[in-house]
Design a protein around this ligand. Structure first.
Ligand code: NDP
Length: 538
């Protein structure tokens, strides 16, 4: 029976079937929840969140650390599940999904209290008038997380942990290609003792995601394609629900003449082909200086040919696994074919892996590419590395910025100073000097894109701040005195206000001090008026 027939039957049965893309075999099934169930789950989350918000950071952290213990104990089982649902090697599931999340769990469990502690604001001269200002960070309420299939564990789990530590309840909609991994996240937290209303995993398809937005959550954390991200933003705008959009990338790597060419070549191969190239921050374009181009290209071709491609499970030495879906593999084929028609050359790969029956595409190096080709403009999201030769640093920067995307970029040079200067000229949310791809794995650093790669941040303090509502609390410690700018106005008040514009608004205390006599007269005026009013009233 074909996968398509099974899909139709599953649709009728209101179920998703999860397949192993390496073998095409069914792994398991998950329900497609109805719109009514989505709305009910959000209500349930809202009820549960009230007491969770009242718990201390310490109590929240205890649950997260218990969940972390379970993840660690069941690491092999979880990695195998991720591998079977996505096609990636088990070892890669451990290195790219489990290691970073175990680290992130301990980091936010231990640090959220400090990262979200109330902050005093220096209010300048208003402080001299006996006033203080603080920001306190309040939970948002219910956070809806909609996540993709490429890192079905690391992406949603990181956001779940941050949202929970900030005092929110979460409703998570995982991708329909990886529902079982999503359900496993819910299962881990349930067994860690988290109230079931606080983290609900709703499996389904795109309609389920749309229903989650319509169900009235307080924020949407969306990770996925630009096209869906725009639909999400449009739908969220109807209720002014804030959104964080973590979208696609076309991430450039620049290799300059003073780079360590061998290391850069190894980085390019890992950056382009890990996760079968299906990372939003994969190296999708490489610009190499003409003086080192030949050496660099020979090296990446040699390293690429040495990669072992195989089923992700049961092969500890497999470097590159299957692609997660035939649909994604077809996109890769289209990009390569368009490039070849326009004059590109394949140095290795460029086709399906014949020896393997699942959705495998050979790691591919393309040269003679240019920006008229789809492979240099649109997200390929597969194991393809197009390499373009450049003549200067300026040309590399211009080409790197010639994209509607701006997620990450990397610059390779032995001069850290030069690397930093170039980094600041590149339009990307993260620019790495002598590194590629991996900073999503650092819990402390912000993650997010510029341009059409999205808006908002996840991870780090900036990411945590997306999951709280900052509230400004302003206190006047001298409540008996009325402000000089209050009613009633008078010629004396007008003179003072003009003085405030000229002197107080300079921010200079000495200038303001020249207004003291006028200020005192204004206070007296206020009091005289009040006394008169009181007398009249008697
Ligand atoms: P999609 O945009 O297709 O889907 C993302 C999620 O949105 C899925 O859960 C999907 O459900 C859901 N969805 C689909 N339609 C709607 C809708 N109308 N309303 C609400 N939710 C909806 O992306 P992919 O899953 O294909 O993921 C790949 C993309 O994600 C790539 O572009 C990649 O670059 C990007 N990405 C970005 C990252 C970042 O941090 N910037 C990180 C990882 C990936 P379903 O799958 O069930 O259809």
């Amino acid at each position: 029976m074909s996968a398509q027939t099974l899909d139709i039957r599953a649709e009728q049965a209101k179920e998703i079937i999860s397949y192993d893309p390496g073998t095409g075999k069914e792994i398991g099934r998950a329900p497609i929840v109805t719109d009514e169930e989505v709305a009910e789950s959000v209500k349930r989350a809202r009820r549960a969140q009230v007491s969770w918000a009242g718990q201390s950071f310490h109590e929240r952290a205890r649950i997260v650390m218990r969940a972390r213990r379970i993840v660690l104990d069941e690491m092999e089982e979880i990695a195998l599940l991720i591998s079977r649902e996505t096609g990636k090697p088990v070892v890669e599931a451990i290195s790219m999904e489990l290691v970073p999340t175990l680290d992130l769990m301990q980091f936010f469990a231990r640090r959220s209290r400090k990262l979200l502690r109330p902050q005093k604001i220096n209010i300048g001269q208003y402080g001299l008038m006996g006033r203080t200002s603080r920001i306190v960070y309040k939970p948002l309420g219910v956070v809806g997380i909609i996540s993709p299939w490429n890192f079905p564990w690391a992406i949603p789990l990181g956001e779940v942990v941050m949202a929970l530590m900030a005092g929110n309840a979460v409703v998570l909609k995982p991708s329909e290609l990886t529902p079982l991994t999503g359900l496993k996240i819910g299962d881990v937290f349930r067994r860690a003792g988290l109230d079931e209303g606080l983290l609900q995993v709703l499996t389904g398809d795109g309609r389920t995601g749309a229903a989650l937005i319509e169900a009235g959550v307080d924020k949407i954390m969306f990770t996925g394609s630009v096209a869906t991200g725009k639909r999400v933003a449009e739908s969220a705008a109807k209720t002014l629900t804030p959104v964080v959009l973590e979208l696609g990338g076309k991430d450039p790597m620049i290799v300059l003449e003073d780079a360590d060419v061998e290391t850069a070549a190894s980085a390019a191969v890992w950056g382009a082909f890990s996760n079968s190239g299906q990372a939003c921050a994969s190296v999708e374009r490489c610009y190499v200086h003409e003086s080192v181009a030949q050496k660099f290209i020979e090296s990446v071709v040699e390293k690429t040919r040495a990669l072992k491609q195989n089923l992700g499970a049961g092969n500890e030495d497999a470097d590159v696994g299957a692609m997660s879906s035939e649909r994604q593999l077809n996109i890769v084929e289209e990009h390569v074919s368009d490039a070849l028609k326009r004059g590109a050359r394949v140095l290795t790969g460029g086709r399906r892996a014949d020896s393997l029956s699942g959705s495998f595409y050979e790691p591919t190096i393309l040269v003679d590419v240019d920006h008229t080709m789809t492979v240099m403009r649109e997200e390929t999201f597969g194991p393809v590395l197009p390499v373009m030769i450049i003549k200067s640093e300026d040309e590399a920067i211009r080409l790197a910025n010639d994209s509607r995307f701006g997620l990450t970029a990397s610059v390779w040079t032995k001069s850290v100073r030069r690397g930093r200067a170039i980094a600041e000229r590149i339009e990307a949310g993260t620019v790495m000097v002598n590194e590629v791809l991996y900073t999503h794995g650092i819990a402390q650093t912000p993650w997010g894109g510029m341009k059409q790669s999205g808006m908002g941040r996840t991870h780090g303090r900036l990411g945590l701040l997306e999951l709280v509502m900052p509230q400004h609390v302003h206190v006047n410690r001298i409540p008996r005195l009325r402000d000089m700018w209050w009613f009633s106005y008078s010629p004396r008040a007008a003179r003072l206000f003009r003085g405030l514009a000229r002197r107080f608004a300079t921010g200079n205390v000495l200038q303001t001090s020249l207004l003291l006599p006028q200020m005192i007269r204004r206070l007296i005026e206020h009091h005289e008026k009040t006394d008169r009013k009181n007398r009249d009233a008697r």
